[in-house]
Design a protein around this ligand. Structure first.
Ligand code: GAR
Length: 194
């Protein structure tokens, strides 16, 4: 089983979906650590309740982003991690970190990429009058939300949707495709060319 760490900043519902999926005996990955850039992230409590190692590192405590990310990589390597999953990790990662983990670093984003990179995806989709929306699991590359997609799920935009109701519908799909995408990567069924 491939050793996986999850990077979070908050709630950690996608993290929970990955933890639950990894409980299946035939799942090709195990979650060995959860790292947050916010000590108060509720997801850290959930991870600890599952007996998973946790760490929190505040970027503000480091002189610069490079040093923060070096310590993140050291923490992950201390856990002997093969694959890193970003799950609501709300920091942009620098090129050194991304290149170090290239091909082994994936993210979930709440839109049908390449539409709506960045933040506030649900409000932007509604403002545009989009009729469908969704989520994407993709490889992370230095360009924000630009790496090759692994899986996408589409959900309808319904009359009367608010950013919150739309986010809720998309989140259900996120919890379905993230474990599936990690399964594909951990079992070697998807890869990126170097
Ligand atoms: C999720 O909807 C995820 O797709 C999004 O943040 C939420 C985190 O929720 N990620 C991004 O916007 C990345 N730019 P969670 O902590 O409950 O998984």
């Amino acid at each position: 089983r491939r050793r996986v760490a999850i990077l979070i900043s908050g709630r950690g519902s996608n993290m929970s979906a990955l933890i639950e999926a990894a409980k299946a005996p035939d799942y090709p990955a195990e979650i060995v650590g959860v790292l947050s850039n916010r000590a108060a992230a509720p997801g850290l409590v959930t991870a600890a309740e599952h007996g998973i190692a946790t760490a929190s590192l505040a970027q503000s405590k480091f002189p610069n982003r490079e040093m923060f990310e070096d310590v993140m990589t050291q923490t992950l390597e201390g856990w002997h991690v093969d694959i890193v999953c970003l799950a609501g990790f709300m920091r942009i990662l620098g090129e050194d970190f991304v290149n170090h983990w290239a091909g082994r670093l994936i993210n979930i984003h709440p839109s049908l990429l390449p539409h709506y990179k960045g933040l506030d995806t649900h409000a932007r989709a509604l403002a545009d009058g989009a009729t469908t929306h969704g989520c994407t699991v993709h490889f992370v590359t230095p360009g924000l939300d630009e790496g090759a997609p692994i899986l996408q799920a589409e959900v309808p935009v319904l009359p009367g949707d608010t950013p919150d109701t739309l986010a809720e519908r998309v989140l259900v799909a996120e919890h379905r495709i993230y474990p599936e995408a990690l399964r594909l990567l951990a079992s070697g069924q998807v890869a990126v060319r170097a």
